[in-house]
Write a protein that binds this ligand. Structure first.
Ligand code: FAD
Length: 277
């Protein structure tokens, strides 16, 4: 089996201890020679400085570092300033998102949707950045319809995005169908599956309810049945997610992007089982 490139996503640590732990996580994951490491960005700018700091650190360590940039609640001036900071640092890849307005934040700011951010990045910095956008094989929770969501996705690609990373999913058919359907709409950019290893069921269920990713009933029931037996949940998760990755690779996924939640163990184990060394 030909193994595709991989990438890993982190969130910016909140404490010096978290930062130290993340450095160790990065070192372990770097042994698998990922294409890049990305770092999330709190919509409304809540983690702006910590994202920048984490990106600076990863870049200084010699890794390809890709900041996420969410535009909701922000201004053109603010985004422009960040773009040029990243460009001057030598960053070449950006994950461009709308984000979700944090509760209590009243103003949507100067960008409404991610396609506007993609156009703005291209207008300000030309072809400097490789731009990734988000894709939703099970559809975005606010989408009016599946078709409209795919047309909105196409809008981001046509605004100048080079490729996409998906929301996580556990149903490979949803991904393959999404790739086929968007292809029929004229999207040829690579759509990279986002992979969420399973560490704790309660945490996964909470995330999934928020972001509209489906945990199939049979998986929910199995994990609920394990109760507090974390080891069984994790063993089940490793099995399920490894099989999912095998299907995705066999079906031609161009790359795999791991949501690490700043942990290396599960991603490493899955990738080892797949044959990455
Ligand atoms: P958009 O593409 O703008 O879509 C949002 C909704 O609006 C969709 O329902 C879409 O169908 C609709 N829509 C889009 N364009 C239009 C239009 N022109 N007219 C009408 N409707 C439209 N969030 C963060 O805050 N920080 C992060 O770092 C972060 N990283 C992420 C990484 C990945 C890979 C993914 C998949 C998600 C990430 N998110 C992050 C979450 C993301 O910000 C949310 O899912 C958010 O709700 C939508 O962002 P988007 O960029 O997909 O928005």
């Amino acid at each position: 089996m030909q193994l595709p490139p991989i990438s890993f996503e982190f969130f910016p640590p909140q404490t010096p201890e978290g930062a130290e732990k993340l450095t160790a996580v990065r070192q372990r994951l770097a042994t698998l020679k990922p294409e890049f490491f990305s770092c999330t960005f709190g919509a409304g700018g809540s983690t702006q400085d910590r994202t920048l700091e984490t990106i600076r650190l990863m870049h200084a360590e010699g890794h390809q570092a890709a900041p996420h940039l969410s535009c909701v609640g922000s201004t053109r001036d603010n985004i422009r300033s960040l773009l040029f900071t990243y460009k001057d640092m030598g960053i070449k890849r950006i994950v461009a998102l709308r984000g979700d307005l944090p509760s209590g934040m009243a103003s949507i700011g100067e960008f409404q949707y991610a396609n506007e951010l993609v156009s703005f990045i291209r207008a300000q910095t030309g072809e400097h950045f490789h731009i990734e956008v988000a894709a939703y094989p099970e559809f975005h929770p606010q989408a009016n319809s599946a078709r409209e969501d795919m047309l909105n996705f196409k809008r981001k690609i046509h605004a100048g995005a080079n490729s996409a990373i998906t929301q996580y999913f556990y149903n490979a058919d949803a991904y393959f169908r999404y790739v086929d359907e968007t292809h029929k709409l004229g999207v040829t950019a690579p759509i990279v599956p986002g992979i969420m290893p399973i560490m704790r069921y309660s945490q996964l269920a909470r995330f999934s309810d928020m972001c509209g990713a489906e945990i199939p009933r049979w998986m929910r029931k199995t994990m609920e049945g394990y109760g507090d037996d974390v080891e069984s949940v994790q063993a089940f998760g490793l099995d399920i997610v490894t099989k999912l990755c095998e299907k995705l690779i066999a079906g031609g996924a161009p790359s795999l992007h791991f949501y690490t939640l700043n942990q290396s163990k599960a991603s490493l184990e899955i990738l080892n089982r797949l044959g990455y060394r």
